[in-house]
Ligand binder design. Structure first.
Ligand code: NAD
Length: 484
């Protein structure tokens, strides 16, 4: 077993969990067991919270410029181990190496932005708000925060939150996905090497039991969640009921609208990357193509022809363009949706079910799959499939496309492909989705912008990354002063 039994990192020490419950972690390209992850006990959660609470006072008094220097150290270590981190992501998740490199790069970018904390955390003031009275607003850290992460970006997602939280002077607990826990484990080895004071950052492996213990703990001030919508709703409601702040980024069903005046070559390339990159397991993945008017026939033909040529295999092989899905369970879920699409009468233009990968007979592979003549009320147009399945819906005009997007319960992302500024303006103005692409297939905000989301894709008000993160991880205190 390449990575052994994973440990927790609590109070600056690696500690073995005492839990008797362990899950196998598989390499999805081979089915091989590569690690075991403990489902840690509530007592282990309590110890992590206690360590984080104890570290808080001294850490918040550490000057922001000094806290920023830890970010520089962390960045240097992540750069030094960049390739190893990317290979770890591919090995546990399955995405191809280039996608894993992109993920690690975005994680580092968040560290870079958080290193600007001395200016990001500055407050503001006004003189003479009344005669001889001045007023100032200062930003202060709050306490212990935690992150509950999904499987699909195992290195990056905690970095939408953790660097900002600790740069602001809070202390932190990461609960990685039990499906892909290894990347955070590797990153915590680097955090350890960066010599953060004990208790400032902690890692507790586990699943629902750990989440519930964190949500119930009176010393946890807030939670950042990324994952599916039902779990996001539950965490948002439970955190609020327990008086915690919460930001919950959730599921998605993203539409890509193609106008008749779109540049066909680049549009086809962008749609393929959006729908089939990371085998469709991205919350920004394009799941539905809404083909407007005359573009429908040529677009459909080009998409099928190009998708059929995508090379599927082990993501560690640099010639491969699409890896497996993350687990056997995920594979079965995706196969179930393909069956459902057929039952509901959609036309299967490209069938990924029979894909064979030489040398990897046990991997969780499924090839690019394209359904045509999808109708908005079909299950495959409504549910988040989270696999390499793209549905094409022919539509008469722009307004019909917008009405379909409006009826989708999710609001994570939407893209428009056009050469018209007027349509682009209408789209970004009217569509109720958080991340909008104009001639962009994956509208992923860089670290200085919030990772947005609306409707059933987000519960809360402040998002991950950038200025939103600084607001989420601080309290505003207003001081009104008069001197006699
Ligand atoms: P998931 O909801 O199954 O799990 C996410 C986290 O919640 C994990 O850490 C898991 O241990 C925990 N969890 C699961 N069930 C729980 C329960 N009943 N109670 C408490 N905690 C529980 O999600 P996943 O399968 O790991 O990730 C895929 C999902 O994440 C997709 O829906 C995808 O769209 C979404 N996602 C959203 C964004 C975004 O920014 N909106 C980004 C990435 C992924």
């Amino acid at each position: 077993m390449k990575y052994g039994t994973l440990k927790n990192y609590i109070g600056g020490e690696w500690v073995a969990s005492t839990s008797s419950e362990l899950l196998d972690v598989h390499n999805p390209a081979t089915d091989e067991v590569i690690a075991r992850v403990p489902l840690s006990t509530p007592d282990e959660v309590n110890r992590a919270v206690a360590a984080a609470k104890e570290a808080f006072q001294e850490w918040r008094e550490t000057p922001a410029v000094v806290r920023a220097r830890y970010m520089f150290r962390l960045k240097a270590l992540m750069e030094e181990h960049f390739e190893d981190l990317a290979r770890t992501v591919t090995t546990e998740h399955g995405k191809i190496l280039d996608e894993a490199r992109g993920e690690v790069r975005r994680a580092i970018e968040n560290v870079e932005v958080a290193a600007g904390i001395p200016s990001l955390m500055m407050g503001y003031n006004a003189e003479d708000v009344a005669a001889g009275i001045d007023e100032e607003c200062v930003l202060q850290p709050v306490g212990v925060f935690c992150c509950i992460a999904p499987f699909n970006f195992p290195a990056m997602v905690p970095f939408w939150f953790m660097p900002y939280a600790i740069a602001c002077g809070n202390t932190y607990i990461v609960k990685p996905s039990e499906v892909c826990p290894i990347s955070q484990n590797r990153i915590f080895e680097l955090l350890d090497e960066a010599e953060f004071p004990p208790g400032v950052i902690n890692l507790v492996n586990g699943a629902k039991g750990v989440v519930d213990a964190l949500l119930a703990h009176p010393d946890v001030a807030g939670v950042s969640f990324v994952g599916s919508t039902p779990v996001g709703k539950y965490i948002y409601a439970t955190a609020a009921a327990n008086g915690k702040r919460a930001q919950c980024q959730a599921g998605a069903k993203n539409a890509l609208v193609v106008m008749p005046d779109a540049a066909l070559d680049s549009t086809v390339a962008a749609i393929l990357t959006s729908a089939f990159g990371t085998a469709g397991q991205r919350c920004l993945a394009g799941a539905l193509v809404l083909a407007v008017g005359d573009i429908y026939e040529p677009l459909k033909a080009r998409l099928v022809e190009a998708a059929a040529r995508i090379k599927v295999g082990d993501g560690l092989d640099e010639s491969v363009q699409m890896g497996p899905v993350v687990s056997r369970r995920a594979l079965e879920r995706v196969l179930g949706y393909i069956e459902k699409g057929l039952q509901e009468g959609a036309a299967l233009l490209l069938d990924g079910r029979q894909v064979q990968v030489a040398g990897n007979p046990n991997g969780y592979f499924i090839g690019p799959t394209i359904f045509d003549r999808v109708r908005p009320e079909m299950t495959i147009a409504q549910d988040e499939i989270f696999g390499p399945v793209l549905g094409i819906i022919p539509v008469a005009d722009f307004d019909e496309a917008l009405a379909i997007i409006e009826a989708i319960p999710y609001g994570n992302a939407a893209s428009l492909f056009t050469s018209s500024g007027k349509w682009a303006r209408e789209f970004k103005y009217r569509v109720r989705c958080g991340n909008i692409g104009i001639n962009i297939g994956i509208a992923a905000p860089i670290a200085t912008f919030p990772f947005a989301g609306m409707k059933q894709s987000f519960f809360g008000d402040l998002h991950g990354q950038g200025r939103d993160a600084i607001q989420f991880f601080t309290d505003r205190k207003v001081v009104i002063t008069r001197w006699f």
